[in-house]
Design a protein around this ligand. Structure first.
Ligand code: HPA
Ligand code: ZN
Length: 335
């Protein structure tokens, strides 16, 4: 018999995804389907034309399109369909646990009630263990370019839904909107027993990472790549085992790095940081969770041991209970 030359299929490592904006998983196909369903006219004639708009200079140029496309998300069904589409892809990428961001203010400001968003997402997430083999958490993010009062109002409006929310986060345009602006709402969230995370050190300076730690008391930093500019900060993050949810393809597409080969991920691992790899807004940045693993393997020469460390870190950095965490780590070791 002729030797079988078919390459072994890629079996993605089991992993947790901890930095994923559900609105950033809106693929052009679904955007057009929801636009038709809801009678919304998109400013693009075709899916290809929309895809051609996915060329960004910085965070803001991406956010402009990200918020514009959300116009198609109107009903509970829309949010449920969005989450189902993500979960189906995440399963193929080896994701076993996902802690999923959503941006309530981006919807309530358009007249979509918070209950519509949370109930729609919950409908999909509640089925995820059985349907996709994925456990989930929800992280409610405040838009940092909106006011502190708006964040406080959002938090109060969310009180009836807090049993479905694992953590609060902070996202959107970073520069000029330091974490300390949100001191009060993060204190309320901690009092209510929620975990806290914040985007910091993506486009903003290392000083914003210090503030997120010292003023907001966050449990994780999202992105945080600019911590590498501050040795004392790296020492603090290592000493306190503060996880960083790094998003390599996002950093490339938003020009946080010019070339993936220049990404600080290997230096971050060498420094002993608890770094994880995530997809951020995969519909816009050209790759889901495992695509990011493959991209850093190829561009940075990370070996199998380093990729396993990243997958291991993702479970260690998650907000899972200890029993489930241990089960996933065992599954990773057996892979
Ligand atoms: N940074 C800040 N805000 C965001 C991002 C991001 O990468 N993605 C969606 N909202
Ligand atoms: Zn993000």
């Amino acid at each position: 018999m002729a030797p079988d030359s078919t390459p072994a299929p890629h079996r993605p490592l089991p992993k947790a995804e901890l930095h994923l904006h559900i609105e950033g998983t809106l693929e052009p196909e679904l955007a057009f389907a929801l636009a038709a369903r809801n009678g919304v006219t998109l400013p693009y004639a075709t899916e290809d034309e929309l895809r051609r708009a996915y060329s960004f200079n910085d965070l803001q140029s991406f956010l402009n399109l990200y918020y514009a496309l959300m116009e198609v998300l109107r009903t509970e069904d829309d949010f449920a369909d969005l989450a189902h589409a993500y979960l189906a892809r995440a399963k193929e990428q080896g994701v076993r646990h996902a802690e999923i961001f959503f941006d309530p203010q981006a919807h309530t400001s358009r007249g979509v009630p918070l209950g519509t968003v949370v109930n729609g997402l919950s409908r999909a997430l509640d089925t995820a263990p059985e349907t996709y083999g994925i456990t989930t958490g929800l992280i409610m993010c405040f838009l940092r370019d909106e006011s502190a009062d708006s964040a406080l109002e959002t938090f109060e409006a969310a009180r009836p839904y807090l049993d479905r929310i694992t953590a609060v986060g902070l996202d959107s345009a970073e520069v000029g909107h330091p974490p300390a602006k949100f001191r009060e709402v993060f204190a309320l969230a901690r009092e209510a027993g929620l975990k806290c995370v914040a985007h910091a050190g993506e486009e903003g300076p290392a000083a914003y990472v210090w503030e997120a730690l010292d003023v907001l008391g966050v449990d994780r930093i999202d992105h945080g790549v600019r911590c590498m500019e501050d040795g004392a900060l790296v020492a603090r993050l290592v000493a306190d085992r503060v996880p960083l949810t790094v998003c390599p393809l996002s950093n490339l597409r938003l020009r946080v790095v010019d070339d993936l080969a220049d990404h600080p991920l290997p230096a971050m691992l060498d420094a002993g940081l608890l770094v994880t790899v995530n997809s951020d807004d995969p519909a816009y940045f050209g790759g889901y969770a495992d695509d990011n693993f493959t991209a850093v393997r190829d561009a940075l020469g990370l070996d199998e041991a380093a990729l396993r460390t990243l997958a291991r870190n993702s479970f260690l950095a998650s907000f899972l209970d200890e029993g489930t965490r241990a089960a996933y780590l065992k599954e990773l070791d057996a892979h």
